[in-house]
Design a protein around this ligand. Sequence first.
Ligand code: NDP
Length: 421
Amino acid sequence: MRGFGKYYRKTWEERLAILRDTFYLDDNDIAEIEHVSGNGEIGDTMVENFITQFEIPEGLGLNYVVNGKEYLVPMVTEEPSVIAAASNGARLVKAGGGFNAEVKSRLMLGQIVIENITDVDELVRKIKADQEHLLKVANDAHPSIVRRGGGARWLRTRILANDLLSVDLAVDVQEAMGANMLNTMLEAVANEIQCTYHQDVLMSIMSNYATESLVTTKARIPVSELAKENISGEEVALKIQQASRLAQLDPYRATTNNKGIMNGVDAVTIASGNDWRAIEAGSHAYAARDGQYKGLSQWYFEDGILIGELTLPLPVGSVGGSIKIVPLVKINHKLFKAKDAKELSMIIASVGLGQNLAALYALVTDGIQRGHMRLQLKSLAVSVGAKQDEISKLVNLLEKNKKRDSASARELLEKLRREEL
Ligand code: NDP
C-alpha cells in the first residue's frame, strides 16, 4: 500500500496527513480523528501506528452490594441495555442482602513446553527433584515481585505426549495481572532447563487458562422479589432454575448464556483497564472444563429462595498494563473503591452474575425484546440521523409504529421534521 512504508516512524501529524493525502479520509474525518485523539500523547505510547482514541460509552452499574459493601461500577460497552440490566439484576440481589463473593486463590500459571523428549518419566523425576532450584531461578529473574511478598510458589509437570512435557509454574503476582513478569520468569526457567537438562524447549508462555485465579460469587433472592403481574415469584424462580439447567445441557444455549455474563464482565474489565481478551479466553475454556461447553452460572430454587452461583477465572490487576497510564482508568479505580485486585475481581464476577440474572428473568417472563426495545429504538433513531431533541419523539413514534426498520424510521423522522406528526 503506497504511502504507508515505515508508518510507525512517522509523527502523529504525519500519519494523519498521509491518510488525507492518500484520499482515504476527507477533512471532516481528519477533524473527527483529531478531536478524539487527545493529541496522541497516551495512545502513541500504548499501541503501534496510532491514529486516534476509539470511543466507547461508559456508564455506571448501580445497586451493587458485594460482601456487605456498596459499589459504583463503571462499565464500558457499546451495547444498549447492558448497564440497565446489570443494575436491575443487582437490585434484585440487593433485596436478598447482596452478593457473597470469595477468591479461592490468586496465582498466575505459565508453561514451559519441552519437546523431543526421549524418556519423559525420567525427565519428570529430575524436574520434581529440582523443583526448589527452578523456583529460585524464576524468582531471581524478577526479584521485585519477591520483595513485594509474591514470587514463584510451585511447579507441576503434565505429560502431553511421550515426547512433549509441560512444566507449569505458579506465581503469586500480588497486585498485577502478571503476564509480563511471569513470561520473564518462564524464559529464565526455560533457559535453565535447556542448559542443565539439555532438553529442547518449544515455547515458554503464561497460560490464560487461569485455574488458580478462581473467583466465586453467590446471590440469594427471596421469591417475593421476582413476582410480576401475571406470574408468581415461585414460578419465575422455577423457570430460571430450568433455564440454568438448559444451559448445562445445551451448548447452543450455554454460549448465549455466557455471552450475557461476559456483557457485564467485559464492560467492567475494560473500565478497570484490564485485559478483557485474557478474561474471555479463560472463562470460555473454564466453561468447557468437563469436556462439554456449559453455562458458567448455576441457579436453583430452595425454600422460597432463588440461589445463583458463578465461578470465573479472573486474573485481573490493580496495577500494570494500562491501569496507571490511562486517565479515565485511574478515575474508574477511584469510583470502584476496591482496595486491591482481589476485591476488584469479586465485583467483576458479581456483575457477571447480576447480568445473567437480569437476562434470565427477562427471558422467562416478558421475553428479551420488550425491555431492550426502547433502547434499541433509541439506537435506531440515532442511526437514521435524529438529533438530540428529536430522539425521544422519534422513539415514541417508532413504538407506536408497526414497522421498526431504518426505512420507516427515516420516513417518520422526515415527517417529524415537516411537522406532519
Ligand atoms: P506490567 O508488565 O505492567 O507489570 C506490572 C508491574 O507493576 C510489575 O512489574 C511491578 O513493577 C509493578 N507493580 C507495582 N506495584 C505492584 C504490586 N503491588 N504488585 C505487583 N506488581 C506491582 O503488567 P503485567 O505483568 O501485570 O502484565 C499485564 C499486561 O500484559 C496486560 O497489559 C496484558 O494485556 C499484557 N499481556 C497479556 C498476555 C496474555 O494475556 N497472554 C501476554 C503478554 C502481555 P516492579 O515489580 O518491576 O516494580
